[in-house]
Structure formats: C-alpha cells, structure tokens
Design a protein around this ligand. Structure first.
Ligand SMILES: *Cc1c(COP(=O)(O)O)cnc(C)c1O
Length: 363
C-alpha cells in the first residue's frame, strides 16, 4: 500500500453507528447516517447501514452517484439545498431533499411531475444558527405556498444547529421547533412524519432525555465517524474515536534549529507560522501536506510526536523524543479530526484503505 494512506476501520464505524442508533432508538428517534465527511465512500455507508441507520444522507450529487454506482441499497437524503440548476438531478438521485427556497420547490415540483413522481421534501427552519433555513416568522407563509405544489410532498421539518454559528441545541430551541411544527400542522391540516431536529450536536440532549418527544429523526455524521458529539467533542460512551488513521512516510530526518534562519516573509500560503525556539531538534518531513489534509486537524498517535507546520506537500513534525528509533522511510500515524478526514478523503493523493475484521478487503 502506498503512502500516505488513510485506513478506515469499518467495524468501528458499524459499532459506532449501532451504539448511536441504539441511544436514539431509546428515545424513539430514527437516524440517517451522513456520509458527506467521507465523500460518500460506499463501504462507510454500508457499515452505517449494518449499524442500523434507516437511510444515508449526503450533500453532493457526486457522492450520491458514488453510493448508487456501488449499489448501496438505501433511501438517500440530499442534505445540501438543491441548486435551481440541479432540480432534475435531485428528483432522480434523492428520495428526499432538504429545502428552504420556494423557487427551488416550484422547480422540483415541476421536475418530479414531468417524471410522474412526487418528490419528498423536508423544510428547513433556522433556529438561530444562521446556516440554511426559513426564519420562524416566515414559516407559515412559506408552507402556505409550498403546500400548493403538486409535485412535492412535505414530509417533515428539519433544523440544523452547531454548524455555522455554533448554536447549541437546547430544550428551548427544540421546544420552539416542535411548537412551530404543531402550529403548521394545525393551520394546514398537515401531518408531518418527521421532525428532524438533530445532528451530532444534539446527542447530549438526547442522551440526557431532554429532547422534546415529538422530535423523531436525527441526521448523524461526525458522531458515527469519530465517536464524539459535537458540542464539547467529548467521546460518546461505547464508541471508538479512532476509526480513521492517517499514515505518512518520513522523507527527511534531520536535526535542525527550531526557529528559521534569515529574514522572514510569509509562507507559500500567505501565512506566517509560529516557531518556538527550543534549540536544535530532530525533525521529520512527511509526505503529506496542506494540499491533502487540514494539517491542524491531525493528532499524532504517538504522544512523543508534535505537528509543527505543513506546506502544500510536506508535514513537519518534531520527533526529538524518538531520536535513535526513527529512520527515513518509517511511517508515522495520526488520528484526523472531522475536517482532516474530509480533506484527506477529498485528496486523490491520499489512498483509502478500508479495513474489516482486522483485514483490508481491497488493499
Ligand atoms: C452535515 C449535515 C449533518 C450531519 O452533521 P454532523 O454534525 O456530522 O452529525 C446533518 N444535517 C445536515 C443538513 C448537514 O448538512
């Protein structure tokens, strides 16, 4: 296997999914597994499905196509708002999409009707995180217009928190969400099948038994991939935090001053890295860089290794505490955070190595 590569422990992902599905089930909440963090990697979707998620959500057409090309048998939820220019793809690729714009709903309705279909939609409500969604005060009018469209069916309301502004899901905003839904149902004689109130940031509230009862759906990505809720990023009981491990090779190993020599300007990315003078230190250059991974999101597996900086093609790490035991050509491993997984999965230079039952099915 070439380096750098990312190992993906499918058993751990399945286990994490099953733990989280179990937790949510106790509170009558169904879980859609979200694969956008792994670019719709089909084996990850399959692991989530074995773990009990009811469907798969992803944000990009390319990822959904990847899932379908691999014959992953499940319903697909399109998470990112459909573009007006892509309504045909949405109605053909997704079983349900999340929406917040009337012109798009009109176009989805037409696209679905042309195919003799009815396309399911969830309407997104903005509870204060200021990402996608209709402001609560505008919801009534919006639903009043959307409900007239023959080619779509409103199957629920959704809310997304802790994504853009980092607003934490609370009993308050979740109760407000339920009240909005109830008011809509009463006003339009609708029966909303899904109140999709949570992503990974809602798991604490769910575990504490404080999620209002009517909320019956969650869209979970990071917590399944990394075993952490996303408010405090604390490990979730009974889950693994190291399903993904990035491995890179030592290209250069030299003792060098820990602060640069000579007049300093910006680096290749227009930034100035901070150097701390620790005297001369043993330093390794690895064959992975900013072009491949969000280097700030890498946690060395060996606590004696410290990440220093990254250029487009190199990662510099302090390995003074490994003097004598590390050689050129050796490999170092890192546990990536969500942003680092996302970037590494997107980089074609990082090979992906799924592992199952302790073995690699396609190494
Ligand atoms: C990415 C995304 C999710 C999943 O969020 P996690 O924090 O990874 O659980 C859920 N809903 C929507 C709309 C998303 O875009």
């Amino acid at each position: 296997m070439a380096y750098p590569h990312l190992t993906i422990n499918l058993d751990k992902i399945e286990h994490n999914a099953s733990t989280i599905v179990g937790l949510c089930q106790k509170h009558a909440i169904a879980v859609t597994g979200v694969t956008k963090g792994v670019c719709g990697f089909p084996a990850v979707a399959e692991a989530m499905l074995r773990g009990g998620v009811i469907s798969i959500g992803d944000s990009r057409f390319e990822n959904i196509k990847r899932l379908q090309a691999a014959k992953v048998e499940t319903e697909i939820m399109q998470l990112r708002l459909p573009p007006l220019s892509g309504v045909d793809e949405t109605v053909t690729l997704a079983d349900v999409s999340l929406n917040s714009e009337l012109p798009v709903l009109e176009a989805l309705s037409e696209a679905a009707s042309r195919r003799g279909q009815v396309h399911d939609v969830m309407i997104m409500v903005d509870l204060g995180d200021l990402r996608e969604g209709i402001m609560p005060g505008d919801l009534h009018g919006f639903i009043g217009s959307a409900i007239k469209l023959a080619g779509i069916r409103i199957v629920g309301l959704g809310a997304n928190l802790a994504c853009f502004a980092g607003i934490v899901p609370s009993e308050d905003n979740m109760t407000q969400f339920v009240e909005l839904a109830t008011a809509i149902e009463d006003a339009y004689g609708l029966s909303l099948r899904w109140l999709s109130g949570a992503n990974s940031s809602g798991l604490d509230l769910i575990a504490a038994g404080r999620m209002p009862e009517r909320i019956n759906h969650a869209r979970i990505g990071e917590a399944i991939l990394l075993g952490r809720e996303t408010v405090h990023r604390s490990p979730l009981p009974g889950t693994a935090q190291d399903a993904f491990v990035l491995h890179a090779e030592v290209l250069e190993l030299k003792t060098k001053p820990s602060i640069p020599v000579g007049e300093r300007t910006q680096d290749a990315f227009g930034k100035r890295a901070i150097f701390i003078d620790r005297g001369k230190r043993l330093r390794a250059l690895l064959n992975i860089g900013r072009e491949d991974v969000d280097v700030e999101g890498l946690m060395p597996v060996d606590p004696r290794v410290t990440v220093l900086w990254g250029s487009s093609g190199y990662l510099a790490v302090d390995v003074a505490d490994l003097s004598g035991s590390l050689r050129v050509g050796d490999k170092l491993s890192f546990v990536p955070n969500y942003g680092a997984i996302l970037t590494a999965m997107t980089s074609e230079y990082v090979k992906k190595r799924p592992l199952r039952g302790g073995a690699a099915p396609d190494s």
